[in-house]
Design a protein around this ligand. Structure first.
Ligand SMILES: Nc1ncnc2c1ncn2[C@@H]1O[C@H](COP(=O)(O)OP(=O)(O)OP(=O)(O)O)[C@@H](O)[C@H]1O
Ligand SMILES: [Mg+2]
Length: 454
């Protein structure tokens, strides 16, 4: 085991040597004689704890130099643990130092026992904080253009988006309902050279068939009953930007032909018009239907399919990215917590387990709705499985598969070990004979909340 790093900033040679002698067996001690040296040493090593004499040269009888050193150390690391050592009768300044962020103070002559005890406590707190910081770091969700996803499946979606966005190639986005297809389309637009142009979304399923052609391509005055004036369509108004055609599988055959021509030539005519109009709108299409099947059935043109599907982005269902469920849920919890003035809410261990166990056929949207409702319903500080309306889903289906049995045994062992180690990840990992990251992964998989100490 490596010893914790300790820095002593003290100008009195005798005191320094005494301290070093007393502490060398437990700490990796380095010495500094004044402010500049103290700061330099601190920045280089980031010690777990620093002992700081308040009376430093050039004015050893004045606490200003020590206090200035303290604030420099805290500016470099707001969580730095600094114990100030003050002269006798200088309690006032020692308290001032604590007021400005020092961890604690000692008065000279320093009692070795007292010093050791205080350092032990201080280092323990510093270690806990470091562990917590590392945990937060690991927990930090990978967010890409507003999409949360640390799973390999989502990371590869992000990679494709990064690559395709800068081109003007059409993109076909496939995925079940509520998986985030529109988010992908918006990300593609935001990262494209047309980002300052319009993003126009049309749902081909919600516009009546007879109006869709005119919605998309516009019409001339008098071209049909009700066409009182000339009107531009979305293909025209999305020029310089992106046209997002949602539920493309619902596009009627007549409009399919016209869209195909537009994709081939970037040109079209308004309904009832003869004039060729040019638009450089980039087309992104999406569907939750099986387009290839529609092609086989003959309801979707094959040539149009190939034009649209130059690049295909398949957004995985939430089931295919189980490891993202809790991360996304936490993101929604944060969002709705702020919105509803309940930002201290967290998920109970049981709720996390229920989130893992649920069959997310409604994908991200279902998850979003459940978390939003839970935030509104939650009474205490913790969101329960009940708040998420998930408890039934978990208790139902008593039959255990071998995998479930193994996981529940694993969960028990991990929870028990964590409990015995007071929630301390590193020591629990040692007892379990696995590395810390592996334990984190295991906890994630088993739905054990990382902040859980029960
Ligand atoms: N990875 C993600 N991170 C955070 N929020 C997400 C993510 N994916 C989707 N969402 C949210 O889930 C909801 C559904 O996403 P979106 O509308 O993009 O899905 P969709 O696939 O277009 O759904 P539909 O097929 O029903 O049109 C939205 O509120 C969106 O903000
Ligand atoms: Mg959508």
């Amino acid at each position: 085991m490596t010893k914790p790093q300790l820095r002593i900033v003290e100008d009195d040679d005798d005191i320094r040597t005494q301290m070093k002698w007393a502490l060398a067996s437990d700490y990796e001690v380095a010495l500094a004689g004044g402010r500049a040296e103290g700061i330099a040493v601190f920045t280089a090593v980031r010690p777990l704890a620093t002992l700081l004499d308040l009376g430093l040269p050039p004015r050893p009888n004045d606490p200003d130099e020590g206090l200035a050193t303290l604030s420099a150390l805290l500016a470099a690391d707001p969580l730095a643990k600094v114990i100030v050592v003050s002269g006798q009768g200088d309690r006032q300044n020692a308290l001032r130092a604590v007021g400005s962020g020092a961890y604690d103070f000692l008065t000279k002559p320093v009692q070795v026992d007292e010093l050791k005890l205080l350092l032990q406590r201080c280092v323990h707190v510093a270690e806990l904080e470091q562990e917590y910081r590392a945990m937060l770091e690991e927990q930090r969700a990978d967010v890409f253009e507003g999409m949360v996803g640390a799973s390999a499946a989502m990371q590869s979606v992000f990679t494709v988006i990064r690559k395709v966005a800068p081109t003007s190639a059409p993109v076909l986005i496939l995925g079940e309902s509520g998986t985030g297809k529109e988010m992908v389309a918006r990300a593609l637009h935001r990262l494209s050279p047309q980002r300052n142009g319009p993003f126009t979304a049309i749902n081909c399923n919600t516009i009546p068939e007879n109006l869709l052609e005119s919605e998309l391509f516009g019409h001339e005055k008098g071209s049909f009953t009700g066409a009182h004036a000339q009107r531009k369509g979305h293909v025209e108004s999305a020029a310089g930007g992106t046209l997002f055609l949602d539920e493309i599988g619902e596009l009627p055959a007549s409009v399919q032909v016209k869209l195909l021509r537009f994709l081939q030539e970037k040109k079209f005519q308004r309904v009832g018009g003869r004039q060729e109009i040019h638009s450089d709108a980039r087309v992104i299409a999406a569907t939750n239907a099986n387009l290839q099947e529609a092609v086989t059935r003959g309801t979707f043109r094959e040539d149009l399919y190939f034009r649209l599907a130059v690049v295909v982005v398949r957004v995985p269902s939430l089931k295919e990215r189980a490891s993202d469920v809790v991360v996304i849920a936490k993101e929604f919890l944060h969002r709705y917590g702020v919105e509803h003035g309940k930002n201290r809410l967290s998920f109970s261990t049981e709720a996390v387990r229920a989130l893992h166990a649920h069959d997310w056929s409604g994908n991200v949207r279902e998850l979003q709705n459940r978390v939003q409702r839970a935030v509104i319903m939650a009474d205490g500080k913790r969101i329960t499985a009940d708040d998420l309306e998930l408890s039934a889903a978990v208790t139902a289906g008593a039959a255990q598969t071998l995998k479930e049995a193994r996981e529940s045994l694993e969960r028990e062992i991990v929870q028990d070990t964590l409990r015995r180690h007071g929630g301390k990840i590193s020591s629990a990992a040692i007892e379990l004979g696995i590395s810390r990251p592996t334990l984190y992964e295991l906890m994630e998989k088993l739905g054990i909340a990382k902040d859980s100490r029960d």
